[in-house]
Design a protein around this ligand. Structure first.
Ligand code: AMP
Ligand code: ZN
Length: 113
């Protein structure tokens, strides 16, 4: 298995896991860009947002729901945070396993890109 996030799901690589259920998992980014930087991923390998089939889109809602809950846990819900999903090369996606970034804990850049 080559996918780094599949290896985390399988327990072959360590992670600072904050949440998991049957469908998804959330763990701290190894190279945090903000005081809170958490990745939320589906456990099943899906390459990118662009590869989600129409009947799989509910997983994004579930990922956002858990991200909101983690934002409250991290104490950043009131001041605000950002959820980012990069898709494909031009989108800046580096790890080819669908993931959502939860970023917060400081004033984020006004520039989206
Ligand atoms: P992206 O650029 O959207 O593909 O984001 C990939 C993210 O995965 C980056 O922020 C990396 O720091 C993070 N990352 C890569 N490997 C690991 C790992 N083993 N554990 C936690 N985060 C990782
Ligand atoms: Zn994977």
């Amino acid at each position: 298995m080559e996918c780094v996030f599949c290896r985390i799901v399988a327990g072959e690589l360590p992670s600072d896991t904050l949440y998991q259920d049957e469908q998804i998992m959330a763990f701290r980014d190894i190279n945090p860009l903000a005081p809170t930087h958490v990745l939320i991923i589906p456990k099943r390998h899906i390459n990118s947002l662009a590869d989600l089939s129409d009947d799989e889109t509910q997983i994004i809602g579930h990922m956002a729901e858990v991200a909101n809950r983690l934002a409250r846990q991290e104490g950043i819900a009131r001041k605000g945070y950002r959820l980012v999903v990069s898709s494909g090369e031009d989108g800046g996606q580096v790890v080819p396993h669908l993931h959502m970034h939860l970023l917060g804990g400081r004033r984020l850049s006004d520039r989206l890109c």
